[in-house]
Design a protein around this ligand. Sequence first.
Ligand SMILES: [Zn+2]
Length: 240
Amino acid sequence: MTQASWYWRIRVTGAYIAARFRPLPRLTDRQCNICGYYGPFGPGGKGTRHDARCPHCRSVERDRLFKLWLDKEPQSLVQKDVLHFAPERSVASLVRPLARRYRSADIAPGRADLVLNIEQLALEAASVEAVICAHVLEHVDDGKALRELFRVLKPGGLAVISVPIIEGWSVSYENPAVVTARERALHFGQWDHVRYYGADLRERIRSAGFSLGEFTARPDEVVRHGLIRGDTLFLARRPD
Ligand SMILES: [Zn+2]
């Protein structure tokens, strides 16, 4: 190794160590709209987002976005038969008391009320009134999953969907050459994601038969509740 490359190796390692142990700036106080906590939030996303998680109810940004939407449209879930995929605890605590019937579902046994594969749901057609499906579609064959959600929803039923999305990309990024966990993390943001969505998520949802609405928080709500700017809930309704 040349003398110059040793020099840079030591410089980079030193800078990394300094950054690793430098204290974070004091975090702004936020208000959790789920549990009422007021104060600084803690790290979420395995530490990648340092102002994300409510230390009291463990909610992250998208859970609090869901609560904002629910406050504005409670009739979508009140007294409904609700199916909640990959259930977030804080969201479940909100929905369970409102719903007429609440069931959680996960593909992994032991995590939810039902063990279900979203690509092939062991449920009767038109048997559910509302579905909550946050950050699931980026893990699966979304064409199959969206058709299955459409099939099990009653006419007029609603699927509340969120995914990681890059709005500046008109076409979602999928790449059959990306197969290992390490490559998926690099290309799609997490070891078990199979794509990174672009704005064409909307066409994917509509092509399963849904009509589509959207909910995005206002800037003052983003600041108060520690949300991600522009984060969107997609409201996919099976037409009557
Ligand atoms: Zn909270």
